[in-house]
Each structure stands twice: as C-alpha cells, then as structure tokens.
Design a protein around this ligand. Structure first.
Ligand SMILES: *Cc1c(COP(=O)(O)O)cnc(C)c1O
Length: 474
C-alpha cells in the first residue's frame, strides 16, 4: 500500500496565483491598490503558506480555509497594514529633550506648512526672476532675509550645517591649514567630528592650545604661509569648566585680520534672537558673532532657529561668492520644499514679539514650569486610571533640555508624570506598551522610574493623548 505524504498533497492543492487574483472577493482590493501590488502581496502570502505546508504545519482542511476569499482578503489587509508601519509615525515626545535629533528636531509653524504645500503642488519662481523674465537665483529670497535679520552682507544655504561646514572649508581651505583650538574639536554625533570634516574638506587641521586653555598667542604662533583661516567651533554638546581659558570671537577675529585671514565660526545651533528675552539661557546669536568680527558664520536650520533641516552660511560677500562657485554647492543645495519652509520661518523673525506664539520650538521652550505643572495635574487622574493597579503615578518636577547641542548644561524647569512600579521589569514593559500605541509615547527611564516630561505635549494634542492612554488597561 502506498501512502501519499500529506504535505505533498497539500502543496499541490494550492491554487495558482492567477486563479486567486480572479476571485470576486479580491476585486475591491485590486481596485484600491492596483493589480500588481495585490499580486505581489498574494505571491508572498502563497509562499508563506507553501512554507507552512512543507514543514507540516498546515492540515488540508486549514489550507482550504486559508485560501477562501474572506481569509485571503484579511491576510492581504494585514500585509498592507504591516507595510504601512514602515511609514514615519508621529510620536509623543515626552523625553524632556525638545530638539530631539532622533525625533526630527524642530516642528514647523503653520506658515511653513502652507509655503511647503504651495511649492509642492504648483510651479513656482524658484529659479526664475519674474521682473526680468529670466533665470534667477534659488537662494535669493533666503539670502535677503538672512541679511536683513543678521546684518550679514551675503548668505548661502545648503542641506544641513554639516554640509555648510564641509562646503565652507573646501571652498576656502582646500590643501591649506585650518587653525582650531583643541578645546573645540568636538564630535556632534552621527559621525560629525570636526577633525574628520576638516580632512574630508581637503584641508589640514592645525590644532592649538590645550583641551582646557587656549590663549591668543597660541593662534598667532600657529599662523604661517599655509594657513587658510581661523575657525571657532561652538562646543555644542559639552562644557569645559574649571581652570579654563578661551579666546573670544572678537579677539580671534582681531588675530585673523591682522594676518589678512578670515575667521569662520561654526555656531551649531545658531539662534537669531536673544533667548534670554524668552526666559531661556543665553545662546550666542548669529548677529553677535558677525558683529564681533566673524567673516563667516554657519548654523543649522532645524535647531534653535526652529525651521527645516538646512545649513546657513552668512557673512562677507566675497567669501560667499567663492563658496557659491564651488561645484560642491550644487551637490549640497537645498530642495524647494526646504527653501520654502526656511523662508517662511525666517520671515517670522521679522516680528519678534510674536515669535513665541508662532514658532513651535520657541513656544515649547518658553513654556513656564507653572504651565507644564498645571497640565501634569490635569493628566494625573486619566493617566492613573489607564495604568494597571500595580503602577504608581504622581506629578513631579522635571528638567527639560533644549537638545541638539544647545546649552547642554542648561536645564529648563519643567514638570510631568513620574511612574513607578514594584513589578519586576514593569517599567520596561510599560515603556514597550507605550511605544506600541497608535501614536507611540516616548518617555525616559531613570532612577527606577518612567518620566514623562509634558513640556512638548501641546494643548491641542492633550485630548488625543488621554484617549489612547485609556486603552492601555484593556
Ligand atoms: C549640530 C551641529 C553641526 C551639524 O549641524 P546639522 O545641521 O545637524 O548638520 C555642526 N556643528 C555644530 C557646532 C553643531 O552643533
């Protein structure tokens, strides 16, 4: 007596792709997503079934159920949903770090959204001079705004500040020396290290001084025939304290100019307004660096400026012209959406009194502890109700950070919810559940607690936050 192995028989029972695609049950999916997408998903699904058959995980009866219309539709829907998970997902940033690089840094104001939508959906005079009827300059509008706001003679923009520093050094210091204090040879994260960038730009690093102390004579002594420029780097993400000495921008500019060299300042975050006016720790502004004698200043668009990812270089017109002639400029240039957003954000700086209202970054940074604390009180009960009973939650004082390398020492008095539990592994498992919510909630685990800093939870989002929190207990 011969016995057909059940697995072989079942594999043969799998219908062809073409036959399944003709099932009436699939027609709605095909209308909604197109024949080729559905065919691709179905092929993957059949392959998965084939593998389960070959490992004897599927009975003949189960196979019949798996290939009827409704079961196939459900399986394909699940595959479509899994594909959608690859999309960027909005999250609640309750980490306490406002400009969080891993979470996309600055949020754009309404005005920028409108500007971006406009350039995405209609032709625009991006590189066309409407008054003269000929080719125009894509950076002209941003340049005019940067000059108006900072007092710079000229400006140019690229993809991000790392690109700005690379372009600037390659344009002005290729095969020549860049003099930098040892205390400023920073690593910003994501592989941006000043010594490496200098090398990648084709320039040579000439480091001077010591880690903690650098004096004017260190710079003056290092200048020679091969020197291209002096560079000051904002020590964004760390602070040197104690027995320290630093040559300030004005003194560095004086030394550079005595030798006929430019001073370049990589400001990093680069604020355009005095943050002290918003109750925040002071950060050097672009205007101050230029007024102190910097010939070029570079800064990011999506840090304290509160705009899109961009790198701005502002300063002397002759140097900007050299930078714009570098073929790398073309390779690193901004796209029209970024330019539109940057223009819209810069335009807001013309009305500084309204900035804290209009610019999400400043609005969030300048929230008072009292305001955040009142929000924590409002959310305490709904959050407590949503949690399993062996978790304890209370309102607590917290300290937010600006993030993105601005003022690493500065702590912004804030408030939020402090969650503890006696359950072993309970904090990690809660953090994981929170990451799996439709709009994932990201907090910070420290000192045996999960800290949810509410500084970045805008009033408009509060109801949505509470609604999905109430599903946790289920
Ligand atoms: C953040 C930073 C950069 C890099 O800027 P991106 O816009 O992130 O490319 C460069 N230099 C300094 C000092 C910075 O703080």
């Amino acid at each position: 007596m011969t016995r057909t192995p059940p697995t072989a028989a079942s594999a043969a029972a799998l219908p062809s792709l073409d036959r399944l695609l003709r099932l009436p049950a699939l027609s709605a999916l095909i209308d909604g997503h197109g024949h080729s997408r559905v065919a691709r998903l179905l092929r993957a699904h059949l392959q998965a079934l084939r593998e389960r058959i070959s490992t004897a995980q599927l009975s003949a009866e189960q196979l019949q159920q798996a290939i009827d219309g409704p079961a196939l539709v459900a399986a394909l829907d699940a595959r479509l949903a899994a594909d959608a998970c690859l999309d960027l997902q909005p999250v609640f940033n309750l980490t306490g770090t406002v400009l969080h690089t891993n979470l996309g840094r600055a949020l754009l104001p309404e005005a920028a959204l409108r500007a971006v939508t406009r350039v995405m959906t209609a032709p625009v005079d991006l590189e066309f001079d409407l008054s003269r009827g000929r080719r125009g300059d894509r950076d002209a509008r941003v340049q005019a705004l940067v000059c108006e706001l900072t007092g710079a003679e000229a400006a140019t923009v690229v993809n991000n500040n790392a690109a700005a520093v690379l372009l600037l050094l390659n344009s002005l210091a290729n095969r020549r020396e860049v003099v930098v204090s040892r205390g400023e040879l920073v690593e910003i994260g994501g592989a941006f290290r000043i010594p490496d960038v200098i090398r990648s730009a084709g320039a040579r690093l000439r480091e001077v001084g010591t880690t903690n102390r650098t004096h004017p004579a260190d710079f003056a002594d290092a200048i020679g025939t091969r020197t291209a420029l002096l560079m000051e780097v904002h020590a964004s993400n760390y602070a040197i304290t104690g027995f320290t000495a630093k040559v300030d921008t004005a003194a560095m500019a004086a030394i550079a100019h005595e030798h006929g060299l430019p001073l370049v300042v990589d400001l990093g975050s680069g604020s355009l307004c005095d943050l002290a006016a918003f109750g925040l720790p002071r950060e050097p502004t672009v205007q101050e660096a230029l007024a102190a004698g910097a010939d070029l200043v570079s800064f990011s668009g999506d840090k304290l400026l509160g705009g899109p990812q961009a790198g701005v270089i502002a300063g002397r017109a002759d140097l900007i012209a050299r930078i714009n002639r570098n073929p790398l400029k073309r390779a690193l240039r901004m796209d029209k959406m970024g330019l539109a957003a940057l223009e819209a954000v810069l335009a807001l700086y013309r009305e500084p009194e309204l900035l804290a209202q209009r610019l999400p970054t400043l609005r969030t940074l300048s929230r008072t502890q009292g305001d955040v604390s009142a929000q924590a009180q409002r959310l305490l009960q709904p959050v407590r109700t949503g949690l399993p009973v062996d978790y304890t939650v209370e309102c607590a004082v917290m300290h937010s950070q600006i993030g993105s390398g601005a003022q690493p020492q500065a702590q912004l008095a804030s408030a939020g919810l402090h969650i503890t539990t006696a359950r072993r592994g309970g904090l990690d498992s809660l953090a994981k559940r929170l990451r799996q919510l439709p709009q994932p909630v990201l907090g910070r685990i420290a000192d045996d607690a999960l800290w949810l800093d509410l500084r970045c939870l805008e009033a408009d989002d509060e109801a949505r936050f509470v609604d999905q929190w109430s599903t946790l207990r289920a």
